[in-house]
Write a protein of this length. Sequence first.
Length: 89
Amino acid sequence: MTLKLSKDLSDALHANGSNGLEVVDPDSNRIYFVVDAEIHRQAMEALRRQQDREAIALGIAEMEAGEGTSVDEAFEEIRANLNLPQRRQ
């Protein structure tokens, strides 16, 4: 759902420039930020990349510590879950 900003909110957003606008929901007192959609997309993409890097770093640390599952074991587990024939050695 897309709503239109009130004139007051629109004026405040334009006056604040590219910094976005902090607004408070009077029913819940929760704070929200109104920002340009492209800025939001860029921020979400940057967050996803950071989370990916952290997950990779954790995986490497687990691998170096001898934890986790080998690639061959992972594929065998996938084959078993999909009821595919086991790979011949």
